[in-house]
Write a protein that binds this ligand. Structure first.
Ligand SMILES: *Cc1c(COP(=O)(O)O)cnc(C)c1O
Length: 516
């Protein structure tokens, strides 16, 4: 084995037929790798060029997609030509995907991915550092640490915080949740579990579903979540929060953490973070901010004032695959005191011996072997700098506001909410007045159908929200390719499709002859 490894490349190539030489079917010589790579990059470049002319999605059925793939065929026994294989993979993906990089994709919270991120991923996977341990990834570990510091810097968070990359916002929030549990429930919680502890966590009703998964995974159970009411502005009601904490303490429960959201998933609302921070100090609770979507808006010089409390949080989750436009996936954990992460995650088994005075990421998070997620983020941050990001994030917000403001010109469009880069609205036929039960029910049905029709059309891609009982269309712009022309196109598309649908869907009792 040792002899084999020590054979220099030139000798190994001459001796390919010697039985001690290994000819591996996965190996690829540099000439072939280069040719395939050039071809693939060329194809991707053309795809990016034509992206605005492509449908956002073809809205195909699962069976059509499976058919294109020949999903039922069995695994080939023998290998195949790599050029044909890559070409086929590109055909499948380019003809049967939803393109979140399309300028008219505004669904859920998924961003357009920066092309430099794709190149970064290629480089990361070619070098393939295992960023679980410093010794296995010296430069990659340091690049990850630097990227974490830069993200903290953009957020105005202490730059000596601890942090790491994980797969996304859910995972980042889970990691912070476990850090909070360990910090507030005490060191025995890791050996003895939470049985009988009656730990309680607090968040607004607008909080993303990660909180349920986290409470479940961390052993608290979802009944440990106290869903605090929101006020008229849909922010967490701080008085209701205080009352619940006091009540729970009196009942013998143990409040451990408050979760504030900086950019709620449906409407982009930012909780009153400074007030939440003060309350957490008063009651000695862990203060976590879920900034998966909106956190990066804290970097704006004119960030909404509610963001001011973010820098006081014990932990923050942000998603570089949202407002830093990184290709999936990249979530980011920041914890004020890195020791808290170590307390929550570290074990020292005998088979790990990394005697290096540097950060070993397996020690401060749940993952063991880890990919080099930081590289794509690190590259994009430097490609455009802080100013570039401030501009792109503000442009996204400005476009979402423009959409909201333009709606006053159209009697059929009812603007509902606008915060950060999320705007919600609905289509209301000009001759219908909301208020009666029959009309309200019809409007919900009409807008649901409208959303389905728009999503399948490939012209634009929106998602939905329910705003105070109203079924709403929701536009979330985390897309550096969107321009004002796309927003204007959206208005006319919604009007056109909304009118068509209303014509075919409206029940007889709501038609003009019977109405009013
Ligand atoms: C997107 C989002 C999450 C979940 O993040 P993923 O990256 O999808 O795992 C959690 N919280 C908020 C507020 C989000 O916007």
């Amino acid at each position: 084995m040792h002899n084999f490894i020590k054979i220099p490349a030139e000798v190994a190539m001459q001796n390919e037929t010697r039985p001690t030489q290994r000819v591996s079917p996965l190996a690829m010589d540099s000439g072939q790798f280069r040719a395939l790579g050039v071809q693939l990059i060329d194809r991707i470049a053309s795809f990016l060029d034509t992206l605005p002319q492509l449908p956002v999605t073809r809205g195909e059925s699962p069976s059509a997609v499976r058919q294109a793939l020949f999903a039922e065929r069995s695994l080939p026994l023998q290998g195949t030509d790599p050029a044909a294989l890559l070409d086929n993979a590109a055909d499948l993906l380019l003809h049967h995907s939803l393109f979140n990089g399309h300028p008219r994709f505004w669904g859920y919270i998924t961003s357009s991915a920066a092309p430099i991120g794709a190149l970064g991923e290629l480089l990361a996977s070619a070098v393939n550092p295992n960023v679980g341990a410093w010794q296995l990834s010296p430069m990659a570990s340091e690049i990850e640490a630097q990227t974490i510091r830069w993200i903290a810097e953009m957020l105005g968070y202490p730059m000596d915080c601890g942090g790491l990359f994980v797969s996304g916002g859910n995972m980042a929030n889970f990691v912070c949740f476990l850090a909070a549990r360990q910090a507030k429930a005490g060191p025995d919680v890791r050996t003895q579990g939470v049985a009988g502890m009656r730990l309680r966590v607090y968040c607004s009703k607008e909080t993303h579903t990660w909180i349920q998964k986290a409470a479940d995974i961390a052993g608290l159970g979802t009944d440990a979540i106290r869903w605090i009411a929101t006020d008229d502005a849909m922010q967490m009601d701080v008085v209701a929060l205080r009352n619940q904490i006091v009540k729970d303490r009196e009942a013998g429960d143990r409040p451990i953490m408050v979760v504030g959201t900086a950019g709620s998933v449906s409407t982009g609302i930012v909780d009153p973070l400074p007030e939440l921070a003060a309350l957490c100090r008063e009651f000695d609770l862990w203060f976590h901010v879920d900034g998966a979507y909106g956190g990066m808006a804290a970097a704006l010089p004119d960030a909404p004032s509610a963001f001011a409390g973010l820098r006081e949080a014990d932990s923050v989750a942000v998603d570089p695959h949202k407002w830093l436009y990184a290709p999936l996936d990249a979530g980011c954990v920041l914890v004020r005191d890195v020791g808290r992460l170590r307390d929550a995650f570290s074990y020292h088994p005998p088979y790990y011996h990394f005697g290096v005075e540097a950060i070993n990421y397996f020690d401060i998070g749940p993952e063991n072997s880890r990919s080099f997620r930081a590289l794509k983020v690190w590259l994009a941050l430097q490609l455009v700098g802080r100013e570039g990001y401030v501009r792109m994030i503000s442009d996204d917000m400005r476009l979402a506001r423009a959409l909201f403001e333009r709606m006053v010109e159209y009697p059929e469009l009812e603007p509902l909410t606008q915060s950060l880069s999320i705007t919600t609205f609905r289509f209301v036929p000009a001759d219908l007045r909301a208020g009666s039960e029959a009309v309200d029910t019809y409007l919900n049905q009409l807008n649901l159908e409208l959303l389905t029709r728009l999503q399948n059309s490939g012209e634009v891609f929106l998602s939905n929200a329910v705003v105070k009982g109203k079924y709403a269309l929701r536009v979330c712009i985390v897309n550096f390719r969107t321009s004002l022309a796309d927003i204007e196109a959206l208005l006319s598309i919604v009007l056109r499709v909304g009118k068509e649908l209303d014509h075919s869907l409206r029940p007889a009792n709501l038609r003009a002859a019977n109405y009013g």
